[in-house]
Write a protein that binds this ligand. Structure first.
Ligand SMILES: NC(=O)c1ccc[n+]([C@@H]2O[C@H](COP(=O)([O-])OP(=O)(O)OC[C@H]3O[C@@H](n4cnc5c(N)ncnc54)[C@H](OP(=O)(O)O)[C@@H]3O)[C@@H](O)[C@H]2O)c1
Length: 275
């Protein structure tokens, strides 16, 4: 499991562990190991995705590799090439790549890097499975629970956000069962909601007022955006503009089929975390 100590990596590790898989977690530094072990990983490999150091050892002798790149990484394509090459050289049987919904959307440079990474992965590993998740419900969960959902994009744009645990369950299924080789799978949630809708639903489910507020771009740049690299800030500003224009909407049919049930709604996710 590449990127195992991050938000997505821990969710996929939990799902694989629940399916009875022994997970070897590839983490950036030994300091990240406790997070990977807490998610269920059996062993750890320290890997630097920027140089490729440690990759050969990390993929040696495993049955399958799940690859996810660090968020808005400028060298997403180089990372895909290093991981894909190590996996191909090791002769690993099954490989899945965590992409994003609508990677070909030219209004978002970090989506285009995912599209290029998909091409690199496919050229090195023709049997690779590509998963394209929508934005996670979990991105707004803490804000909803705090009573204020504040975002730097339109409150009225449409989204089919998806439960990260559903994505992880689908990822585990793809990695452990045959029949997904060479496929590209959109993973979107079952309902189209705006941020305004999400705040209203959160208020109803949690039984407390939840506001939806639009943060001005300048405030985001001076606030949360200030800690980011110039490239990550620029990527996210492009993403906010794209969200203003068309949100991020996909179809839930594939995820429903992979899960064998309806994907969880925003209400389901809120209820699960308030129990
Ligand atoms: N958030 C969403 O709604 C969403 C939707 C669709 C797709 N995605 C995609 O999902 C992927 C994962 O997102 P995430 O939020 O789970 O990311 P994340 O929490 O930032 O996790 C990324 C992991 O990569 C590790 N890492 C960073 N640089 C590294 C390096 N040089 N060498 C080795 N490991 C390194 C980090 O290590 P440390 O823990 O040590 O920092 C972290 O554990 C991204 O590619 C994103 O585009 C996200």
């Amino acid at each position: 499991m590449i990127g195992a100590a991050g938000k997505t990596g821990r969710a996929v590790t939990r799902a694989l562990t629940a399916a009875g898989v022994d997970v070897r977690a590839a983490v950036r530094s030994p300091d990240s190991s406790p997070r990977a072990y807490a998610a269920g990983a059996r062993s750890i490999s320290v890997v630097d995705l920027e140089s490729g150091a440690g990759l050969e050892e990390a993929v040696d002798g495993v049955d399958a590799v799940y690859h996810l790149a660090p968020n808005v990484h400028p060298d997403e394509v180089g990372i895909a090439e290093r991981v894909g090459t190590a996996v191909a050289d090791a002769g690993v049987q099954r490989f899945a790549f965590h992409s994003v919904l609508h990677p070909d959307d030219a209004s978002m440079p970090h989506h285009l890097r995912k599209a290029e990474a998909e091409h690199v992965v496919r050229s090195l590993l023709p049997g690779a499975t590509v998963l394209r998740p929508a934005a996670y419900h979990q991105n707004l969960l803490d804000a909803a629970r705090s009573g204020r959902v504040a975002v730097p994009y339109s409150l009225d744009a449409p989204f089919t956000n998806v439960d990260l645990d559903d994505v992880a369950e689908a990822a585990a299924s793809v990695l452990t069962r045959p029949g997904h080789e060479g496929l590209t799978l959109d993973l979107a949630g079952p309902e189209v909601l705006t941020v305004r809708d999400q705040a209203v639903i959160a208020g109803e489910v949690l039984g407390v007022p939840v506001s939806a507020e639009r943060i001005q771009t300048e405030s985001w740049v001076a606030g949360p955006g200030a800690a980011l690299s110039a490239q990550a800030r620029s990527d996210l500003l492009a993403m906010f503009a794209a969200y203003d224009h068309h949100g991020l909407v996909g179809d839930a049919t594939t995820l429903r089929r992979l899960l064998g049930r309806s994907p969880r709604t925003w209400s389901d996710v809120l209820r699960a975390t308030s129990e």
